[in-house]
Design a binder for this molecule. Sequence first.
Ligand SMILES: Cc1ncc(COP(=O)(O)O)c(C=O)c1O
Length: 373
Amino acid sequence: MTEFSRRVEDVSISGIREVFEAAGEEAINLGLGQPDFPTPEHARRAAIDAIESGAVDGYTSNKGTRELREAISEKYDRDYSLAVDPEDVIATSGGSEALHLAIEAHVDPGQEVLFPDPGFVSYDALTRIAGGTPNPLELREDLTLDPETVEAAITDDTVAFVVNSPANPTGAVQSEEDMREFARIADANDVLCISDEVYEHIVFEGKHRSPMEFAETDNVVVVSACSKSYSMTGWRLGWIAGSNRRIERMLRVHQYAQACASAPAQYAAEAALSGPQDPVEEMVAAFEERRDLVLDGLADMGLETPTPQGAFYAMPEVPEGWVEEVVDRGVVVVPGEAFGENGAGYARLSYATGTEELEEALGIMREATRAVR
Ligand SMILES: Cc1ncc(COP(=O)(O)O)c(C=O)c1O
């Protein structure tokens, strides 16, 4: 007899934390996956008003308030001309819980989930927690996921594949053509496409497209959140949208794990989604300027970096010992291996940090690069 479940035995705590600890308190932190902007004023105000009026004293409906789900539905109409019924949405505790619902409700022990490697740390862990088998997939040179790689990896055991665009940790954005292919693959092979779109608004060129726009069956579910787009990581508010039968099935997990998402956060999210969108535009413009600064700096050091087209991460190829040297000199960056085996030889830099700090960090990285070359 063991003390703990086998499924959780195989899950390790994300490697990112170790880097924070190694760098010390004075370090410049390029390790964080969250915007350095405040939550928009109108979103905070909506939560304060809801608290003061007592509207948040009780549970909401399991799926979330009708008003929030209507705001989410209007968002899909506004952004993608997609008809999403407010009944076919569950408000969750961040995008994290939405991913958990998708995997828990669809994956049986022994079944496989495909996902990008390097990729966001949750896909592997959540698959293991569900008793499934993670199958990480190699990326193209430009760090996007090739639909052909996905289709070639599908076997009788595959139930789902994850698409994440814009992506963490790479900043890569999938083309519309790729998104059409992912939808076709989900339809043709009868596997679920879990589209993680938490960075959907943080795109520098063109526009984010969703496989849900192109699917002919209900084999796509979309995960998103207020966390990144509205700088609301601490509020813990995301959602999942899909067909009614999938939502009702995922609700079985959500109901028992969570009951409902935090009520004050639901009011803030409703205001963020339905109010003025200029805070998002301002944040994205700032991220684009910083991306250019970081790319120029890395190019000056002779480090090759695929141009990130979204999110707020850059992923340069780095020489051996580079991450340790940079961390020792007081700049937190995350080793690529934290995001999967194929991340080896890369580092993830988050540029959700002020320009002055970024410039200082780039100076330190330049010295570190000289030291390890
Ligand atoms: C790709 C990706 N998906 C999902 C999440 C989870 O977001 P949330 O904070 O809304 O749970 C993150 C957070 O870093 C992420 O990078």
